[in-house]
Ligand binder design. Structure first.
Ligand code: PGA
Length: 257
């Protein structure tokens, strides 16, 4: 399976010019690697930059960071999956902990968004993970999130979804954030896989990509993939450092074959 490197730019950068600069640098880095066929680099940019970036794309894939759960209608301010699809978006991050925290997104809302994204042929990147005060019950928290977010979704569609294990306590901007040990990421990835086997079946679960997110940088991206057996990484802060993101791309490409 191709390894996924997904950049989550969040509410950054502040100008289109800067966005183009980061994008061009990532393009160059992907172009320079030999095993380019074995990696997929997705840039999840703010809505306002997507169309422009997409028109300059060669080696990158463009994604969004959220979407609405209806196709159209009287919902001031919302951006729907068909709109994203029509400007060339292929992926959409859903259920990120920042959306859950600051915008009160519940698993029920995320479930509706996943369904509409799938109906519009966008690939959802579903983030799950426990908060610091939930670390004793990680399995329960993740299981609940996955069950609720997948409610009513046909198992044939599940392999379209990318699952991200992203412990909230490991996100770089969380107060007192800590690195997630590789063995902890490994066991959580395994947990997600088992949950998918139970919810769907082994054949379906084997086709699903499970990736890791939370303070990934060039010093540990490869460990999460090689040792924690993840199918890729979701990168926040380090994706806005062109040099650092370039190193991540190159190091992951080197081990992907
Ligand atoms: P981080 O962000 O890499 O800065 O921890 C990851 C994310 O929140 O998706």
């Amino acid at each position: 399976m191709n390894k996924l490197i997904i950049a989550n730019w969040k509410c950054n950068p502040q100008t289109l010019k800067e966005a183009q600069r980061f994008f061009a640098a990532a393009e160059e880095n992907v172009k320079s690697v030999e095993n380019v066929k074995n990696i997929e680099v997705v840039i999840c940019a703010p809505f306002s930059y997507i169309q422009n970036l997409k028109s300059n794309v060669q080696n990158l894939i463009v994604g969004a960071q959220d979407c609405f759960w209806e196709q159209k209608g009287p919902y001031t301010g919302e951006v729907s999956p068909p709109m994203l699809k029509s400007v060339g978006c292929e992926y959409v991050i859903l259920g990120h902990s920042e959306r859950r925290q600051y915008f009160n997104e519940t698993d029920e809302i995320i479930n509706k968004k996943i369904k509409m994204a799938l109906a519009s042929r966008l690939k959802p990147i579903l983030c799950v993970g426990e908060k610091e005060n939930e670390r004793e019950e990680t399995k329960q928290v993740i299981e609940n999130q996955i069950k609720e977010c997948l409610k009513g979704i046909d198992k044939n569609q599940v392999p379209q979804i990318i699952f991200v294990y992203e412990p909230v306590w490991a996100i770089s901007t969380t107060a007192n954030s800590k690195d997630c040990a590789v063995n902890e990421a490994f066991s959580s990835g395994l947990m997600i896989k088992k949950m998918l086997i139970n919810l769907c079946d082994k054949q379906t679960a084997d086709r699903v990509k499970i990736i890791y997110g939370g303070s990934v940088d060039s010093s540990d991206a490869v460990s999460y993939i090689k040792e924690a057996k993840m199918d890729g990484v979701l990168v926040g802060a380090a994706s806005l450092n062109a040099n650092e993101f370039g190193k991540i791309i190159k190091s992951v490409a080197e081990i992907s074959n």
